[in-house]
Design a protein around this ligand. Structure first.
Ligand SMILES: [Zn+2]
Length: 330
């Protein structure tokens, strides 16, 4: 397996040397506009990712080059809020400082039957690897493990929160015509092939805005760091906008268990979209205490006592069924 790798130390010294050769005006610009990006890229040690990437390259032929640089480029691209690779390439070549930084050189709720089937599936089949899994594994090695080592993510009694968020896309679900039937022949409604910019986009329901949207959903698990008052991301997953959070939630828990077997989630906080018995069942099997907001539409299905004592110290009405068959309160 051949791969050409610039180590993190070599990258940092490359940046240090590059900074010393900058003019005073460029230095001011770097420390102004790009200081956050510079801190992020020089703090992110990608060396632990090297062995993982090695297994994905051929052991014959020319060595793969610039792999950490490609990852840094994507990180810088996202940090500077650029989403077009074409525009990004143009910007990089028109701005040598950026080049140096990167180079180193809702649907109506589904029935719990769907969740039950997914939970049943998860008990019997480990989730297969997909291309997105590699990015998740890179994220674990480059971000989660160092965060645990630095004490930013607690290694014991991890309490995580899970939720999905909408990601609308501007693509048309009708597709775009590439032909000139109308312009040249005046033909409306021709049957020519259409171009779909985002063929994986789907219609979904945004429950917070109470409107439909076209695009994707991102399901995330995170934990809260009390010392720095920040949410620490644990897991990301792109899913179709038409997938309900209740399904994404159990898939997320299953995939997280495989990705981070040494950092188990002990408590999970979820919203009312996850209030179904298959999820409670899964949590009990995996020794996770769920704290799930009650779904008001589930009143008729409540088997366990719904009343909880609320006093001035417990202002929330969240409660969950613990692994020991007791109600947990938050
Ligand atoms: Zn046509």
């Amino acid at each position: 397996m051949l791969i050409s790798w610039m180590s993190h130390d070599a990258y940092c010294s490359f940046i240090s040397q590059g900074i010393t050769s900058l003019s005073s005006s460029d230095l001011i610009r770097l420390r102004g506009s790009f200081s956050d990006s510079l801190d992020k890229l020089t703090s992110l040690d990608l060396d632990p990712v090297r062995d993982l990437l090695l297994t994905h390259y051929s052991n014959t032929g020319r060595p793969a080059q610039h792999q950490p640089q490609i990852l840094r480029s994507f990180l810088l691209m996202g940090d500077l809020k650029e989403t077009s690779i074409k525009n990004w390439v143009h910007k990089l070549h028109s701005d040598p400082k950026k080049l140096k930084l990167k180079k180193g050189e809702k649907l109506p709720p589904k029935s719990t039957g769907s969740v039950k089937k997914m939970v049943h599936f998860l008990f019997k089949h480990p989730l297969k690897k997909c291309s997105e899994r590699l990015l998740q594994e890179i994220f674990v090695l480059a971000a989660i493990v160092p965060s645990v080592n630095l004490g930013l993510i607690p290694a014991d009694s991890l309490t995580a929160a899970g939720d999905g968020t909408c990601l609308p896309v501007p693509s048309s679900h009708y597709g775009i015509k590439d032909c000139k039937c109308y312009e040249e022949d005046g033909i409306w409604g021709c049957k020519c092939d259409r171009r779909y910019s985002d063929p994986d986009a789907r219609w979904g329901w945004d429950s917070s805005k109470e409107q439909w949207f076209y695009g994707h959903s991102i399901y995330m698990l995170s934990c809260y760091n009390r010392d720095f008052h920040v949410d620490m991301p644990l897991y990301f997953r792109f899913v179709g906008a038409n997938r309900h959070d209740s399904i994404s939630g159990v898939v997320a828990l299953a995939e997280y268990r495989e990705l981070c077997p040494n950092l188990p989630i002990r408590n999970i906080v979820l919203d009312s979209a996850h209030d179904n018995f298959p999820t409670y069942h899964l949590c009990r099997e995996w020794d996770i205490t769920p704290f799930i907001d009650l779904n008001p539409t589930n009143n008729g299905n409540r088997t366990y006592p719904g009343a909880v004592t609320v006093n001035e110290k417990k202002s929330s009405c969240l409660h969950g069924w613990t692994s020991h068959g007791q109600l947990g309160t938050l």
